[in-house]
Design a protein around this ligand. Sequence first.
Ligand SMILES: Cc1cc2nc3c(=O)[nH]c(=O)nc-3n(C[C@H](O)[C@H](O)[C@H](O)COP(=O)(O)OP(=O)(O)OC[C@H]3O[C@@H](n4cnc5c(N)ncnc54)[C@H](O)[C@@H]3O)c2cc1C
Length: 390
Amino acid sequence: MKLEYTAEHQAFREEVRAWLKANVPAEPLQSFDTEAGFQQHREWEAKLYEGRWGMITWPEEMGGRGADLMQWLIFEEEYYAASAPLRVNQNGIFLLGPTLMEYGTEEQKKRFLNGMATGKDIWCQGWSEPNAGSDMAAIRSRADLSEDGMHYVINGQKTWSTRAVWADWCFGMFRTDPESERHHGLTFILVPLDSEGITVRPIPQLDGLPGFAEIFFDNVKVPVDCRLGGEGEGWKVAMATAGFERGLMLRSPARFQETARRLVALYKANQQSADEDPSIRDEVLSAYMDAEAYCLTTYQTACRLMQGGKIGAEASTNKIFWSELDQRMHATGLKILATRGELEPDSPDAGDVGRWLDGWLFAQSGPIYAGTNEIQRNIIAERMLGMPRK
Ligand SMILES: Cc1cc2nc3c(=O)[nH]c(=O)nc-3n(C[C@H](O)[C@H](O)[C@H](O)COP(=O)(O)OP(=O)(O)OC[C@H]3O[C@@H](n4cnc5c(N)ncnc54)[C@H](O)[C@@H]3O)c2cc1C
């Protein structure tokens, strides 16, 4: 095995780096959980699209560059190294986009992918319900096919939908067969959020910003051509989306490598006080090595996919690894900063506190979103280790 970048990869890296250097906003954008910040991030998506960087793995006619997964990983490395804004349309480009590639009709790809790449259509995910979180097969929201077979009528409620407050579209799972149980009889449907009968109610996060929302559906009519995959095939389609979410696209290794690099820099800047606790040095070292290990594993996954393989149940091991690594790195950062860690980055005397507290708070949600880590451990036990369900 030859672990080297080709000359084309190097040239591609230079091109990405130069574009980002010329275009990444000098000042960080406001949080995308605020209305103004959301708009700023949408404009950034449009800028990326202009440079044809919106989603490079998509075909050129759909706004991409036809790049392979190796190039995508290189792009991500440069993206995080340049401190470019987080992607406000991550549910669209990283989750629904690849699912559309696999299950969408040509018409659906033409209709949806371009708007996703330009940032015109921002997507949210409508899976969780008040009584269907970990147990997604308990979904009760219904989509009933009209008598003329032209549209679905949706009734029910979704919750914890990230950035649904300002999103344009929602992809969700709904029960189309009222007699069905569990993962049978569910259908994957794309719903315009400006449809009549939809109410989006913000849920404030701990910081007070409306990062989540509940979505209520009251006789919402959605044309049948918004169904992704066949009727009753929702579970299969959603599992493809979950594979991209846990196993590859949502959290690329570059994100964690960048945090590991910042952690090393923080340690070096505070070495004298940090070395008073010998465990800190070991934690920094482990964090750096773990982030590198995650990167190498992801390159391996990318190679497998490029050779026609599927992500499969091992996406669950990935998800546990990156979410727990993120928690550990931020906890070590706060240990190094000691009492200063509680300061806001822009408060007087904040010095090098940076975003560590913010990052630590968000890292606490890592083991919950994209399927909790307990559920991932169940999947590993049953599907990878072949252990009995009970
Ligand atoms: C930051 C963030 C963003 C999110 N964004 C979205 C979004 O955009 N769209 C969306 O639809 N949802 C979203 N969610 C919701 C998320 O998918 C759910 O919170 C998650 O699936 C858990 O469901 P729950 O909250 O109902 O907890 P529950 O399912 O009630 O679980 C509670 C606890 O019990 C444990 N547990 C449950 N069942 C088992 C079991 N069988 N074995 C072992 N342990 C078990 C769980 O691991 C958890 O610790 C988001 C969540 C977070 C934190």
